[in-house]
Design a binder for this molecule. Structure first.
Ligand code: COA
Length: 179
C-alpha cells in the first residue's frame, strides 16, 4: 500500500470509543518501539489525553500527553502504523502534543525511548534520567526493568522563543493542511 500523504491526515483528540483501535496500534508496535504495554481499560480512561492521526476514518498514529507533574509532561505510546510511515505523521503528532503541553502550562516535554535519533530530530536532548525524577518516582520504581531498561531520557523545553526559532509547536493546520 502507498504511504498516506500528510495532506490527507487529520489530527484530533481521541475519545473512549477509540480505545480499541489505540490498543491495537500500540500492541502492533510494542516490540519494535519497546513500548510499555497498555491495558484496554487504562486506554479507555485516558483516551482523552491521546492525539490521533486519522485518514479515511482509520487511526494511523497516536501518542499520549501524560502529565508527570505540574511542570513536566511526557510523550507516551507514540506509534505510527507501518503503512503510514515516512509521511511525517509522527512529527505532526509530537508537534501537536508539544503545542498542547505548552498551552496547558507545562515547562518541559519529555520522552523515554530506544530511538533517541527520532526525538533529537524534533529538538529533544538526551538527559540523565535523574533530571526527570517525576518519571522515576511515578513509573520507573515500579518497573521490572528499573536501572536496566536501556531507554534514553529525552527532554525539550516548552519555551515560546525556542519553538518560534525552530518552527516547532505551530498549530497543526499551519504545519500540514488537514483533509
Ligand atoms: C518512530 C515512528 C513513530 C516514526 O513515525 P513516522 O511517521 O514514520 O516518522 P516521520 O515521518 O514523522 O519521520 C520524520 C523523520 O524522522 C526520521 N525517523 C523516522 N524514524 C526514525 C528513527 N527510529 N530514528 C531516527 N530517525 C527516524 C525519518 O527518516 C524522517 O526524517 P526526514 O525528516 O529527514 O525525512 C514510527 O516508526 C513507529 O511507530 N515506530 C514503532 C514505535 C516506536 O518506535 N515508537 C517510538 C518509541 S518512543
Amino acid at each position: 500500500m502507498t504511504e498516506a500523504p500528510a495532506s490527507r491526515i487529520a489530527l484530533r483528540t481521541a475519545d473512549a470509543s477509540d480505545a480499541k483501535e489505540l490498543y491495537e496500534l500500540i500492541q502492533a508496535n510494542l516490540e519494535e518501539g519497546h513500548l510499555l504495554p497498555r491495558a484496554l481499560g487504562e486506554l479507555t480512561v485516558h483516551a482523552g489525553r491521546f492525539v490521533v492521526a486519522v485518514t479515511a476514518r482509520r487511526i494511523v498514529g497516536c501518542a499520549e500527553l501524560a502529565p508527570l507533574s505540574p511542570h513536566v509532561a511526557e510523550v507516551r505510546s507514540l506509534a505510527v502504523d507501518g503503512q503510514a510511515r515516512g509521511s511525517r505523521v509522527g512529527v505532526m503528532i509530537v508537534d501537536e502534543l508539544r503545542r498542547r503541553a505548552r498551552h496547558d502550562g507545562f515547562e518541559k516535554l519529555c520522552a523515554f525511548t530506544h530511538a533517541p535519533g527520532y526525538f533529537i530530530h524534533m529538538g529533544f536532548s538526551i538527559v540523565p534520567h535523574l533530571w526527570l525524577t517525576e518519571k522515576i518516582f511515578t513509573d520507573c520504581v515500579k518497573c521490572p526493568h528499573f536501572r536496566q531498561c536501556g531507554q534514553y531520557a529525552m527532554v525539550v523545553p516548552l519555551d515560546v522563543a525556542f519553538d518560534a526559532e525552530r518552527g516547532y509547536g505551530l498549530p497543526a493546520a499551519a504545519a500540514a493542511p488537514l483533509a
